[in-house]
Write a protein that binds this ligand. Structure first.
Ligand code: ADP
Ligand code: MG
Ligand code: ZN
Length: 487
């Protein structure tokens, strides 16, 4: 209910904690598989089950991926970092502690640049990125018993903690989109939120506009999509605002988002007690990332979203809007770059990809990797329009056939005899016929309403089954009609 709250007196302060599962084949401290969907409790060994006397051995790839994420966000890579034990009891945590990083994380002080329509460009600072192992999973929806699947115990994660620099649900959404984009470009996480490879907890507080110190925050968990993160934050800002406006006080607590009810509910009791008694894990030595290792990893860094974006604007001369859409997914960007090897008309390729291709992918729920028309064929189609072999209309008509049959557009054009008619001697009789039989449109045109020519062009295109060169039709029609005016 709205009690006439003036939201403008408050501003929201948001900090996000994102867990990303690193796509290594094996776990962080043992050789068990990380494969999702294997039978429950089959990806396990004494190490990840925490049996007495076993020793963890750090997976080198986890360090490398973490450092790459640090570099991609302009973070400082700490030469020394330390694993710590985070102690708590939970049925899905057989060891009784989770190995994480506490005082000395591997990366600190980075930044992710975002831009929203409402607030423009902004830098969101990253406080830290640390490595940790995942816990298992309690399953509560199989009858009366609770089941435990510990396959996920020991799966490698990085936690990316932002500073409380985010000011709105939209900015949070944008930040997550950018963060996921970087992970996917680096190819260190599959970004799948449904399978839990990407999870986000949101810390939210409000304060009177102009106040420097932060208000009391709550933490909302359990959102399974970026849209739900956005919704949960909006819900919580409104809840806090109403509460404070009614003279109440925000209590620091953890809430769980319920996507069915579109509401967040406080998590109960003990699960929240936060005394983890962190201490350095005596079974693990400190992690040392020296200059040489860093140099090697820097060389392995792929082109990142921001660089791609810049290239699309400056090298391919695309509007920023196009560039941002085309570079959102690395595979789409790659498809575009393949296309423009075969044509100079980058803007037309961009239009085709942004409209027809993305529409197809959306409707068929497939990724561009599964898109049947090759980049070379799309480029050929663009070239056929530009050299006036076919009209844009014909191009749209044969596009589905290029997708279905995988044929090149040249072959389709030949087979179906679709070559554009640009020959005066063929077009003139068609146009004369149309002028003769379109009394009404001709009259309207001659009366000064030149827009009426559109209908006549349409008729000529129809009469030629779309094969007439529309520019030529336009030109010829104009000439003939103007001649009628002076006659
Ligand atoms: P903790 O150690 O309890 O996890 P941190 O200081 O690491 O707390 O902060 C966790 C997250 O909460 C960070 O993303 C941080 O930006 C955010 N945060 C901290 N204080 C606030 C606040 N008052 N309002 C909103 N977010 C906050
Ligand atoms: Mg935290
Ligand atoms: Zn194991």
């Amino acid at each position: 209910m709205n009690y006439g709250i003036d939201l403008r007196n408050y501003e929201a302060v948001i900090g996000l904690e994102v867990h990303a599962q690193l796509s290594t084949d094996t776990k962080i401290f043992c050789g068990c598989s990380t494969k999702f969907g294997n039978p429950a409790n089959s990806n396990v060994c004494p190490v990840c089950l925490g049996h007495p006397g076993v020793l963890p051995v750090l997976n080198k790839k986890v360090v490398e991926y973490s450092v790459m994420m640090g570099m991609a966000t302009g973070s400082r890579i700490n030469e020394n970092s330390i694993f710590a034990r985070k102690n708590y009891f939970y049925p899905d945590l057989p060891k009784g502690y989770q190995i994480s990083q506490f005082e000395l994380p591997i990366c600190e002080d980075g930044v992710i640049k975002i831009s929203t329509e409402e607030r423009g460009a902004k830098e969101i600072r990253i406080k830290r990125i640390h490595m940790e192992e995942d816990a298992g999973k309690s399953i509560h929806d199989r009858g009366y018993d609770t089941h435990v699947d510990v396959n996920r115990c020991g799966v490698p994660l990085i936690e990316i903690v932002s500073e409380p620099d985010i000011s709105s649900p939209e900015e949070a959404y944008e930040y997550l989109t950018k963060l996921k984009q970087i992970l996917l470009y680096l190819d260190i996480c599959d970004g799948n939120m449904e399978e839990g490879s990407l999870r986000c907890d949101a810390n939210i507080s409000i304060r009177p506009v102009g106040q420097k110190e932060l208000g009391t925050r709550t933490e909302v968990k359990n959102m399974n999509s970026f849209r739900n993160v956005e919704k949960a934050i909006r819900f919580e800002i409104e809840r806090q605002t109403e509460l404070v406006d009614d003279g109440g006080k925000v209590v620091q607590e953890t809430l769980l988002w319920n996507a069915d009810l579109n509401e967040a509910f406080p998590m109960r009791g003990k699960e929240e007690s936060h005394d983890y008694r962190y201490f350095p894990d005596p079974d693990l030595v400190k992690v040392v990332v020296d200059e040489k290792w860093k140099e090697g990893l820097k060389e392995r860094l792929p082109e990142l979203p921001a660089e791609k974006m810049e290239k699309f604007v400056n090298v391919y001369n695309l509007p920023e809007y196009d560039a941002s859409i085309l570079t959102l997914e690395l595979e789409v960007a790659k498809y575009f770059e393949e296309c423009v090897k075969y044509t100079k008309d980058t803007k037309s390729v961009s239009n085709w990809v942004m409209t027809e291709i993305l529409k197809y992918l959306n409707e068929n729920k497939v990724s561009i990797a599964q898109f049947p028309a090759t980049p070379e064929n799309l480029a050929k189609l663009v070239n056929l329009i530009n050299d006036r072999t076919i009209s844009g209309k014909i191009a749209k008509d044969i596009f589905p056939e290029m997708i279905q049959g995988g044929k090149s557009p040249e072959v389709i054009v030949k087979e179906k005899n679709l070559v554009q008619i640009s020959d005066d001697s063929v077009l003139e009789p068609v146009i004369d016929e149309i002028i003769a039989t379109s009394e009404k449109e001709v009259k309207t045109y001659l009366a000064g309403k030149e827009k009426a020519i559109g209908a006549l062009v349409g008729k000529a295109m129809k009469a030629t089954k779309g094969k007439a060169n529309p520019q030529m039709v336009n030109k010829l029609l104009k000439e003939k009609l103007e001649a009628m005016k002076t006659a």
